[in-house]
Design a protein around this ligand. Structure first.
Ligand code: ATP
Length: 366
């Protein structure tokens, strides 16, 4: 299906030392530098209160930056009023006009711009097709499910051909099933139209499923920017590692480092050379991330690290099963594997061998 309405050209977006404080001693966004490419699906990911929404609101012009610059295709926009910026925002609460039909909600902005009747008809119809609402033009918002209402809100923004679309937790009010469906739709709509999307969420799976790249925020700072794979496998810090997935952590003594690898000694488990990131001097202690899915139970082949422990818990999650093993020194290690690969003999209270490879570990500075 071809986009009936192409974007006027997606824009790149640059944040340069962008800051926002509410009052003298309440900095909420602390000098964020970020370059988002034209046509990119970019997500700001972080816990509640880290400054994601404030960053988005500064881009939209709904919040004044305390200092710093915002550039759209190289031109500064931080001082332009919101309606002069070629960006639109989709909010979590839809903000539809309840008394207007689906069609009139989507047509509203075009009418305000005094577009011709034929143009309105064509753009609204094709946009409603794109968000899979063809045939529901005459319904009122309250006659629609939450997911459909959010699609109306999306169509209403997209029909105005913004060069950047800002989305603030747009799926936050939907149930899990509907969220998953909407993620697929959002991704395909973005792909189809090629508009730059900046998406705010605290849901790592959601960000990963849709984004070309993500930026992880903590306490008003952008601590890592990268593709989902990179952020997951090569987190910049322990916070980033924990935010994008479960992990076991081990304490390691670093004896040397070169080429992005560290020679480590892990108490009770032995030494190895492992990949990682961060300034860690020889003799210092660092944290080693061990993702549950790389821990093998009763490994079939030799592994760089291995030991025996006691099965504490087996949780069947559906496709995956999570197993907690207590090691002799009191630590416990979580393993996660496809349920069909679970050794049939595994029982709580019994002994099991666990192992993992050095290349699957990742070291971060403390
Ligand atoms: P959430 O997902 O909860 O919206 P967030 O990462 O988007 O979190 P922000 O909404 O940007 O975070 O808020 C960051 C911090 O700024 C919070 O501590 C919030 O209380 C504070 N804050 C936001 N707006 C204002 C305001 N107008 N005045 C004072 N403090 C504010």
């Amino acid at each position: 299906r071809k986009a009936a309405q192409a974007a006027e050209g997606s824009a790149s977006l640059e944040l340069d030392a962008l800051c926002c404080s509410f009052g003298a001693d309440n900095p909420v966004v602390k000098s964020v530098d970020l370059e988002i490419r034209g046509g990119e699906f970019f997500s700001l990911l972080g816990p509640s209160g880290c400054g994601k929404t404030t960053t988005l609101r500064m881009i939209a012009g709904l919040e004044q930056a305390t200092s710093g610059r915002i550039l759209l295709d190289g031109a500064e926009i931080q001082d332009a009023p919101p309606h002069r910026r070629p960006v639109h925002t989709v909010f979590q609460n839809y903000a539809l006009f309840p008394h207007l039909s689906v069609y009139d909600n989507v047509a509203f902005g075009l009418k305000e711009r005094r577009a011709g009747a034929a143009e309105i008809e064509e753009k609204v119809s094709s946009m409603l097709e794109l968000v899979e609402l063809g045939g529901r033009e005459r319904l009122r918002p309250r006659q629609l499910s939450g997911g459909m209402q959010q699609r109306v809100a999306l169509a209403r923004s997209l029909v105005l051909s913004p060069r950047v679309l800002l989305l603030d937790e747009p799926l936050g009010a939907l149930d899990l099933r509907m969220r998953r469906q909407m993620q697929v739709l959002l991704k395909s709509v973005q792909h189809e139209l090629g508009i730059t999307f900046v998406y705010v969420t605290h849901d790592q799976e959601e960000a990963f499923a849709m984004s070309d790249r993500v930026g992880i925020m903590q306490n008003g700072e952008l601590i890592q920017v990268g593709g989902p794979q990179e952020v997951y496998h090569e987190p910049a810090t322990l916070f980033a590692a924990n935010f994008v997935g479960a992990s076991n952590t081990l304490e390691a003594k670093v004896t040397g480092s070169s080429d992005g690898h560290y020679d480590v000694e892990i108490a009770g488990l032995g030494g190895a050379r492992i990949p990682g990131r961060g300034e860690v001097s020889a003799g210092a202690t660092a944290t080693v991330i061990l993702r549950p899915e790389v821990v093998a139970i009763e490994p079939a082949e030799a592994t760089d690290f291995h030991c025996a422990g006691t099965v504490e818990d087996i949780s069947f999650l559906g496709a995956q099963t999570s197993v907690r093993i207590a090691l002799p020194d009191g630590r416990s290690v979580k393993a996660e594997m496809p349920s069909r690969n679970l050794p049939a003999s595994l029982r709580p209270g019994e002994t099991a061998r666990v192992g993992w490879q050095a290349r699957d570990l990742w070291l971060v500075a403390r």
